[in-house]
Design a binder for this molecule. Sequence first.
Ligand SMILES: *Cc1c(COP(=O)(O)O)cnc(C)c1O
Length: 373
Amino acid sequence: MSCPRIEVDLGKIRRNTQTLVARLGPRGIRVTGVTKAVCGHPAIAQAMLDGGASGLADARISNVQRLRSAGMTGSITLIRTPMSSQADQVAQSCEASYNTEILVISALAAAAIRNSSVHGIILMVEMGDQREGILPENLADITQQVMQMPGLALIGIGANFACLSGLAPTTLQMSNFSDLANEIEGACGPLLKVVSGGNSANLPWALGERATGRVNDLRLGEAILLGVEPVSGKQIGGMHTDAFTLVAEVIESNAKPAPAAIALVGPNLARRRIAQVSGVSKRFIVAIGHQDTDILGISMPDGSTLIGATSDHLVIGTSRPLPKVGSEVRFQMNYNALMHSMAAPDVKVKLLGTPPTTPSRDIQGKSDHLVLV
Ligand SMILES: *Cc1c(COP(=O)(O)O)cnc(C)c1O
């Protein structure tokens, strides 16, 4: 089988989505499946829909177009504020987009009119992450402006946490966000269809003791794909953390005299060398490198340690019997490694599990056994 490759267990992605949908549903929160880490891979997106996600979202228009070309007809939202240079493409392929800039919003209005469609606007509010967002004090004013623009429909507000700051949302921030939804409705009139509270970092809050207020949507990528909560990196109970496996081939396997002294090559960590002080080291090389993944984000096999990596080689030391040349080594990936590998041109994607048949939800829950496709 071709290497390097990522094996994707679609059944685990579907079940992870089902688990989150089942836990969040009773709290009035829908799940929007975020596909950016898998570059809008259509079968993975379909597994999210089959698991009960109410829609899809991605950060890049190229990924959205990939989903549309594969025949996805459901709702897709752009979660990164659009480039105004891409306004026409956004109006053509996305139901709605998250926005923070009135200039971009006007470009979208013009594009929607050219496209004879109505584009949904969700205003992203800055609630503390210090990445994108409209300041709460400016929200009412911008809401008014959006409501007056033809070609647009204001459908909601959103918040985002933990992406830049690494800080999970607090109960107070979340209740402020709900208050803001009420204030906007009070001041401007429209019922906000979408009050999107954040990403996977919101799960401890959303599944916690306190009431979730006005929030009726979360945009979830990492939790669905990797079964973890991103701030702590911990597994979410009942979720699969091994839906993705990176598989690479051994191209050299031997014992080498360890270097006698530390040789520091290159100033940055990416070129670090771990020095061995004495003896013979058992080491093998697999045919992946910095070009294929985030080396620091992959797990080493049992009994093995990372010696170093270059653009195309990964050198691993082991205390176990050496693997044969031509054999395969399997790695689990964190989010950065997954994102990097899914976008790497030489890494193939191999789907395991039931393939989605039609873009409908009818197959939900059926055929949980794994088959190779
Ligand atoms: C990436 C992203 C998400 C999804 O984040 P996860 O941590 O993968 O759940 C949600 N919203 C926005 C705006 C994003 O950029």
